[in-house]
Ligand binder design. Structure first.
Ligand SMILES: Nc1ncnc2c1ncn2[C@@H]1O[C@H](COP(=O)(O)OP(=O)(O)OP(=O)(O)O)[C@@H](O)[C@H]1O
Ligand SMILES: [Mg+2]
Length: 361
């Protein structure tokens, strides 16, 4: 069982704690993504797992075997970890054909000729690159090179696949196709995978679970749906997708649901991850697509507010409205643009999450 365990991982560069006490486990065959803003410690974590960098503290093991253990002084060199690595710059050897690129790591491992040929065929088949086996890298498109780079790591059957922004050189359309294809490939091969990206839609689309990182720490680790619907703090709500933040004050708190006063006139009920005392300054995060434009006949319902449209933006599949309700301004996403500037909006209770003003930023 190739279960990856990372615990108490610390890596400092001078005063910067690039990785500041990171713990996570990736189950056998699982696809876990490290997601976070630039500089949050994703690549440093991946480099530690690969053995390209030596952490200051903690422990890393795969399938029960220690790769690194600061307490016992264990450090397995990268070439003995049997890990498949694909980085953003997926350098193929330019003077070798696709087939020779794949053959190289197998020769290094002293695998016999017949077995080499069989594995190369199999790996190129997985990435649908058999027809290109005798081409040189310069005669391939970026996406095709990316696929060869992946095939080259799969050819020697790594126990673990580490991918650091492997799709970042592709254009938007190709990137989307590569996502589907990569996910399919990963589940077909069944290899435990750690994927690094700062692209939240890529993380949501690909992962079994996502570890959101900020400032060298994991701030939330959960499945994509939970990360999107139930971010555990305002930083995550802001980083994943796009959220409105409505400022207000807690009026009352009851069993996980908080009634928030938005300015003088409006009241909104929404769940809060933690208990909040009346009078606490808060921000309620609400995703634009979860706010509904409703019929004025619903005007007396809970969480329904009169609002004024300030701006309309056409975005193809949907429209964005910039609206003002009382003293709050926020964005609403809708398919059909209302003709009248004066509308009513509904913020379903389950759509909002209340965070204390001090948390996040
Ligand atoms: N060799 C190094 N020497 C000094 N500081 C480093 C070194 N490597 C990384 N850092 C610092 O550690 C922090 C984390 O870097 P890391 O490369 O892990 O970020 P990242 O999350 O991968 O970001 P990005 O999305 O931009 O690739 C950054 O502040 C970076 O400047
Ligand atoms: Mg990085």
């Amino acid at each position: 069982m190739a279960e990856l365990i990372v615990s108490g991982l610390v890596r400092a560069f001078g005063d910067v704690r690039a990785v500041d006490g990171v713990d996570f486990t990736v189950a056998d065959g699982e696809f876990l993504t490290l997601l976070g803003p630039s500089g949050c410690g994703k690549s440093t974590t991946l480099a530690a797992i690969a053995g390209l960098d030596k952490p200051d503290a903690g422990r890393i093991s795969l399938g029960g075997r220690d790769f690194f253990n600061a307490t016992t002084g264990t450090f397995v060199p990268p070439e003995r970890r049997e890990i498949g690595l694909v980085f953003q710059s997926y350098a193929l050897w330019p003077h070798l054909t696709v087939r020779q690129n794949l053959e190289f790591p197998l020769k290094l491992r002293r695998i016999g000729r017949a077995e080499r040929a069989r594995r190369i065929e199999e790996s190129l088949g997985l990435v649908e690159m058999i027809p290109y086996a005798d081409r040189y890298p310069h005669a391939l498109s970026g996406g095709q090179q990316q696929r060869v780079a992946l095939a080259r790591t799969l050819v020697y059957r790594p126990g673990l696949l580490l991918l650091d922004e492997p799709l970042s050189n592709l254009d938007a359309k190709l990137r989307e196709r590569a996502r589907t294809w990569l996910r399919h490939l990963q589940s077909q091969v069944g290899v435990t995978t750690v994927y690094v990206t700062h692209d939240q839609s890529e993380a949501l689309a690909l992962s079994d679970r996502i570890a959101v990182m900020n400032g060298g720490r994991i701030v939330q680790l959960a499945d994509p749906r939970t990360i999107y619907d139930r971010p555990s703090d305002a930083f995550i709500a802001d980083f994943i997708g796009s959220s409105n933040f409505l400022s207000g004050t807690v009026l009352a708190s009851d069993n996980g649901t908080v009634r928030v006063g938005l300015g003088e006139r409006l009241e909104l009920s929404a769940p809060s991850p933690r208990p909040l005392a009346p009078g606490t300054a808060v921000r309620v995060s609400v995703r634009p697509e979860q706010i509904g434009v409703v019929d004025p006949s619903a005007a007396n319902g809970a969480n329904v507010f009169p609002a004024e449209i300030l701006e309309r933006t056409f975005l193809g599949a949907h429209n964005t409205l910039e609206v003002r309700a009382g003293e709050s301004r926020f964005r609403v996403e809708c398919r059909k643009v209302p003709e009248n500037d004066h509308i009513h909006v509904h913020i379903p209770e389950s759509a909002g999450i209340v965070f204390p003003q001090a948390a996040g930023h």
